[in-house]
Design a protein around this ligand. Structure first.
Ligand SMILES: *[C@@H]1O[C@H](CO)[C@@H](O)[C@H](O)[C@H]1NC(C)=O
Ligand SMILES: *[C@@H]1O[C@H](CO)[C@@H](O)[C@H](O)[C@H]1NC(C)=O
Ligand SMILES: *[C@@H]1O[C@H](CO)[C@@H](O)[C@H](O)[C@H]1NC(C)=O
Length: 305
């Protein structure tokens, strides 16, 4: 772009003026944004992700926003949030992002609820195109131990998930497809969790340290984590800041900085913390119940970067 302009400018004044008009906006065009919705939701619901997309577009002029659709329509997208193997979803998303030429120079990512930990997996597994800032809004980075409520309007799906979790979250059949089982974290059975969890135990380096995961995650400019202090949906809500129950306890909590994940720096989080790359934010509401003002004030700055 710059080269073309310089060349043209040497030919005639008119081109120079044209370049002067267009080049600056091309050079400063905003970083694209990728959105991954939460459980019970879909890419394009006008009341949820649709309104987030328009809010961002309104506040960051000219931004390209891609709200991920997992599947080929909204019904499939919603259903896959419960019933499609997360590792397959992440691979599918990596493929979509790699093929999207508008993201080639990098993108910011925002994940809502479980979309938060799924996008972290994308950052760890798929460094191209590069993710710049990762914003996790109520994501469960240490998993969940409980399934109190289920958002969305499909109670059939919720009841089904509950039944399967009761059957055994670490049952290999259930693990093979049930999303919520794949980030089920039983602090009273840490060993079983480490052995059986096909998604969370892997991205949290519970068994082995995959240096690639560490290197890739540390490439982020900022990793922003939002916790809902009145969350009644995520158990425990501290998981949204990478905290969790102490191993062996179903009541006592420990924060990220006290976990071995951090002290042994198995994922690079300690180093990122020392570089000021971890940002811990709160919204004093229930799960995902932030206001437009809160979003604008707290998250738009990381989207604009
Ligand atoms: C580490 O992660 C990368 C990226 O997903 C993968 O290609 C590689 O096989 C993993 N290595 C191990 C030892 O699991
Ligand atoms: C709820 O989900 C089930 C299973 O995917 C589906 O068969 C049913 O049509 C859905 N109901 C509504 C109201 O979307
Ligand atoms: C973390 O560890 C410190 C020092 O051992 C301790 O004082 C603190 O209470 C712990 N906090 C949490 C939330 O685990």
């Amino acid at each position: 772009m710059t080269i073309t302009c310089t060349k043209m400018a040497s030919y005639m004044l008119v081109s120079f003026v044209v370049c002067g008009l267009f080049a600056p906006s091309a050079l400063t065009s905003p970083t694209p944004l990728v959105i991954w919705h939460g459980m019970g939701d879909s890419c394009c619901n006008p009341l949820s992700m649709g309104s987030i997309k328009s809010m961002v577009e309104e506040q960051v002029k000219g931004i390209y926003v891609r709200s991920l659709e997992i599947g080929s329509n909204i019904i499939e997208d919603t259903e896959n949030g419960f019933l499609m193997n997360v590792n397959k979803q992440v691979t599918m998303v990596c493929d979509k992002l790699a093929k999207d030429t508008k993201l080639a120079n990098g993108y910011n990512a925002i994940g809502f609820s479980q979309g938060g930990q799924f996008l972290r997996a994308v950052a760890q597994r798929c460094p191209n195109p590069p993710m710049l800032n990762l914003i996790s809004v109520g994501g469960q980075h240490q998993g969940v131990y409980g399934f109190p409520h289920c958002p969305g309007d499909n109670s059939t799906l919720c009841d089904y998930v509950r039944k399967l979790l009761n059957l055994g979250a670490y049952n290999s059949y259930v693990q093979s497809f049930l999303v919520q089982a794949e980030y089920w974290h039983d602090p009273l059975n840490e060993e079983e969790y480490k052995k059986a969890s096909i998604f969370l135990a892997d991205i949290n380096q519970e068994n082995v340290v995959n240096q690639t995961y560490k290197t890739n995650l540390m490439k982020l400019k900022k990793f922003v984590m939002v916790m809902f202090t009145e969350d009644t949906m995520v158990e425990p809500r501290e998981s949204e800041w990478f905290g969790f129950y102490k191993p062996g306890s179903g009541t006592e909590l420990q924060d990220l900085r006290n976990t071995t994940l951090y002290t042994e720096d198995r994922l690079g989080l300690k180093e990122m913390d020392s570089q000021g790359k971890l940002v811990f934010l709160t919204s004093d509401t229930d799960h995902l119940q932030f206001s437009k003002e809160w979003f604008t004030k707290n998250l738009i700055p990381y989207i604009k970067e």
